[in-house]
Design a protein around this ligand. Structure first.
Ligand code: PMP
Ligand code: GLN
Length: 381
């Protein structure tokens, strides 16, 4: 076997979804909604396949979508992106991440990364020759301090990768934390790579603040978004890469050799959705918050200790505080095989010194699925 590929593990999301499919379990693991997503957007995608242009779109993305992305971020986050020089469409945020790491990270560059870490970051950073410097976040607040950043940033730091809102923590970082990180980026002349795919999935009046909007960060931030998360269409894999012209130029060079482009009907349909959102961006989080509350109340009634979730599709259970002495991975494997419910053991998202007592549950599901999940988790306990 080729040593490099053999060393890459199967991601925990596929491992758990695979087990759920095989065992017919309720899947509260991998994050995707039961809801089919906005009908008008799906209709637009179908119409475009039947009547639209189905050949290669331009490498940077359909102009209509790039304009729609710039318009959306202008309206919702006060950003002033020039669609022609600062917006690139990718095949999901995953490709945007790959293009960013492969385009920018040079061998030996240090990259500050927070744990728990989204599964794609570290393999890609290492493949580009980067050296991850890990900052360990822990429950229940999952926030970083000045001392933690001081320990991670060095004179070799070139990048920091920030996922905000944070998957799996369910945290939406407040302005003061972003200001602290920006201070370190400026002091170390580092570029921030911001994975903001959960930006529209925030609850209870929490506001997502893009790091790019902080003073002096505009030119040194790469902002990554995902239509999959914005519209609950996770299989579509339409991503947005936003950065100042010089960075965008470099990112586009990597993107052209990764996928070059993204299906035109999906791009046109996402543009339609961004230009005609109706009440989606308020109704979607309102509905999700209701599901979160249903899951939290049901689990609490069964004696589980749940942590706060201000954003993302995820609610975390503190197993140790719930009287479960098994590590999260042991409990998760037993829950899926014996009780028929899949969840994500958060220790899988740490590379060093894992927190081993947190189970991540996806709540973007119908009531019956959530209720079944609660019952089965109680049985596993
Ligand atoms: N980053 C984070 C933090 C995510 O949670 C996800 C998917 N859930 C992605 C990136 C990947 O997004 P996409 O499906 O658009 O590739
Ligand atoms: N981002 C999704 C999650 O956190 C999973 C995406 C994937 O499977 N790659 O559940």
């Amino acid at each position: 076997a080729h040593p490099v590929y053999a060393n890459l593990p199967t991601t925990v999301f596929e491992e758990m979804s695979g087990l759920a499919r095989e065992l017919g379990a309720i899947n509260l693991g991998q994050g995707f909604p039961d809801d089919p997503g906005p009908l008008a957007i799906r209709q637009k995608a179908a119409e475009e396949v039947l009547n639209g242009y189905n050949q290669y779109p331009p490498m940077a993305g359909l102009p209509g979508l790039r304009q729609a992305v710039a318009g959306h971020y202008g309206r919702t986050q006060g950003l002033d992106l020039d669609w022609k020089t600062e917006v690139t469409i990718t095949s999901g945020a995953t490709e945007a991440l790959a293009a960013t790491f492969l385009a920018l990270v040079q061998p030996g560059d240090e990259v500050v990364v927070f744990q728990p870490v989204y599964d794609a970051y570290l393999p890609l950073i290492r493949r580009a020759g980067g050296i991850p410097r890990l900052v360990r976040l822990e429950p229940p607040h999952w926030r970083f301090s000045r001392a933690m950043l001081e320990a991670a940033f060095t004179d070799k730091t070139r990048f920091v990768v920030l996922n905000n809102p944070i998957n799996p923590a369910g945290v939406v970082l407040p302005r003061e934390d972003l200001e602290l990180l920006a201070e370190f980026c400026l002091a170390h002349d580092a570029i921030a790579i911001c994975d903001e795919v959960w930006e529209q999935v925030v609850f209870d009046g929490a506001a997502h603040i893009p790091l790019m909007s902080l003073p002096n960060m505009r030119a040194r931030t790469v902002k990554i978004g995902s239509a999959g998360k914005m519209f609950g269409l996770t299989g579509w894999k339409v991503g947005f890469l936003c950065a100042a012209p010089e960075l965008t130029h470099a990112l586009a060079r990597a993107h052209q050799f990764l996928t070059f482009t993204t299906p035109p009907n999906l791009q046109a349909a996402v543009a339609f959705g961004l230009d005609n959102p109706g009440d989606w961006f308020t109704a979607m989080p309102t509905g999700l918050a209701r599901s979160r509350d249903r899951l939290a109340a049901g689990l609490t009634a069964e004696g589980f200790k749940v942590l706060a979730s201000q954003g993302t599709y995820f609610l975390n259970v503190d197993l140790a505080a719930s009287g479960v002495s098994e590590p999260d991975r042991v409990f998760a494997l037993r829950a899926v095989t014996e009780a028929g419910v899949a969840a994500i053991p958060v220790s899988a998202l740490y590379e060093q010194d894992p927190v081993t007592s947190i189970l991540r549950l996806c709540f973007s599901k119908g009531d019956a699925t959530l209720d079944g999940g609660i019952e089965r988790l109680a049985k596993a306990r």
